[in-house]
Ligand binder design. Structure first.
Ligand SMILES: [Zn+2]
Ligand SMILES: [Zn+2]
Length: 100
């Protein structure tokens, strides 16, 4: 007798995410992703914290210089939110310092 039950979607707490969605600074799931001029993707806050306010900033991975503050990639933001809602929520609380 077989009693196979499918696990309902959305109950797992640790969602796996591929390297493409991993921030190159904090090694966690990207949160509010920004795409730098060199093509590297990082969280908005990770880039923000590493920025040089006086002059040219550099990519934390390849040291590629950039002058303009990159804007959040809205498309990727919504993709991540849809694919990894729990991890994204966790990241949001981490970043915003919310403890609930
Ligand atoms: Zn990050
Ligand atoms: Zn780079």
């Amino acid at each position: 007798m077989e009693n196979q039950q499918e696990t309902p979607a959305g109950v797992e707490t640790d969602e796996e995410f591929p390297d493409e969605f991993q921030c190159c600074v904090c090694w966690d799931l990207l949160f509010k992703p920004v795409v730098l001029a060199c093509g590297h993707i990082s969280c908005f806050w990770c880039v923000f914290k590493m920025m040089n306010r006086q002059g040219v900033s550099h990519c934390p991975v390849c040291r590629h210089p950039y002058n303009h503050f990159p804007s959040i990639c809205q498309l990727l933001h919504f993709v991540l939110l849809k694919l990894y809602p729990q991890d994204y929520k966790r990241r949001e609380q981490q970043v915003l310092g919310v403890s609930q």
